[in-house]
Design a protein around this ligand. Structure first.
Ligand code: ES4
Ligand code: ZN
Length: 320
């Protein structure tokens, strides 16, 4: 059976860097990785928490240096995603993780855009870019990053917020989100992954987000669930990520069914598929098997992904 058509809304392009491509780019760019073989690297993939993962995620980015590198990375992701049924992809990137290594933001955006334009042309897959601020860096750094991206804003659909959540609440980024909204961008933020429900409230009320990334901890706050349901704020849930980063103990314990039962607008996504054991179709298959979801529920999840996407209504109608 062909995979169910989906939109992927929570995907870090740097988190699609497979060991094979990491070693190929290291070779091409003369970068020495702290691992001798792909197998040695794979051993580093059993994470204790978000920070443990982020340490490896940032270390491997050292191999990404040129426009070609970013185009190759995005092409590899889009080929995998297409095989798994993705028709529309909204792709996060972390400019500060590259500019701090001396890679200009224009190199990142131009390289990624080349791949995105090509896949629209060859396979009709639609895409958006979401520029994320690293929340463990300062509010000033986020503002500088936003200003440096101004010449490229025609390429960017939304801003996001990622990296180490606890201790870095959304309210820290009030100003840069106000600027992004004034520039006509959509807004999303990671909240309620490791952080408390209070961070989801702040993402909604201080940043004014259009979607919440993860948000699984909203279930700890009844009033928050009621708000998310009433406004039908989409949540981009990443089941395999949640298991690998120990947000939940086992996939069988994942709150996805409870979230659906509560009336939340839930979507299923892959987050960092090279690190967490699967692309978006693998996430659908895993939740179906572990949680016993029926076909109607899987269709609801896929339909939700297009409802939650940043699409014009004509394109959305064509997908639904
Ligand atoms: C991330 Cl899973 C996750 N959470 C927060 N920030 C991230 N950056 C890349 N993956
Ligand atoms: Zn994420």
């Amino acid at each position: 059976m062909p995979p169910i058509p989906t939109a992927e809304l929570h995907l870090h392009i740097e988190g699609t860097l497979e060991p094979e491509l990491a070693f190929a780019l290291a070779e091409r760019n003369g970068v020495v990785l702290p691992y001798d073989t792909q197998d040695e690297l794979r051993v580093a993939y059993s994470f204790t928490d978000l920070q443990d993962f982020l340490d490896l995620y940032y270390a491997l980015m050292a191999v990404l240096r040129t426009e070609d590198d970013f185009a190759d990375l995005a092409n590899a992701y889009l080929a995998r995603a297409r095989e798994q049924g993705v028709r529309h992809a909204e792709i996060f990137f972390d400019p500060q993780a590259h500019t701090e290594r001396g890679v200009p933001i224009g190199t990142v955006i131009e390289g990624l855009s080349r791949a995105l334009d090509a896949v629209q042309e060859t396979h009709g897959i639609t895409t958006r870019l979401i520029m994320c601020f690293l929340r463990d860096k300062s509010a000033e750094s986020a503002l500088e990053t936003f200003e440096s991206a101004r010449p490229h804003l025609d390429r960017i659909a939304a801003v996001g917020l990622d990296s180490a959540e606890v201790g870095n609440p959304p309210s820290k980024f009030r100003e840069v989100y106000a600027r992004a909204r004034a520039a006509g961008l959509k807004c999303v933020a990671h909240a309620g992954e490791e952080g408390p429900p209070a961070y989801v409230w702040e993402a909604l009320d201080v940043l004014g987000v259009d979607r919440v990334d993860h948000g699984v901890r909203c279930l700890e706050d009844e009033a928050l669930v009621a708000r998310l349901v009433a406004d039908q704020v989409p949540l981009t849930v990443c089941p395999l990520s949640n298991v690998r980063l120990r947000v939940v103990d086992r996939l069988e314990d994942h709150p996805l069914p409870a979230m659906l039962d509560a009336g939340l607008l839930v979507t299923v996504n892959s987050d960092d598929p090279a690190y967490f054991g699967g692309y978006v179709g693998d996430n659908y298959t895993a939740v179906r098997n572990a949680l016993g979801l029926d076909d109607a529920t899987l269709r609801t999840l896929a339909r939700n992904s297009f409802r939650a996407a940043f699409l014009d209504e004509e394109t959305r109608a064509a997908y639904l």
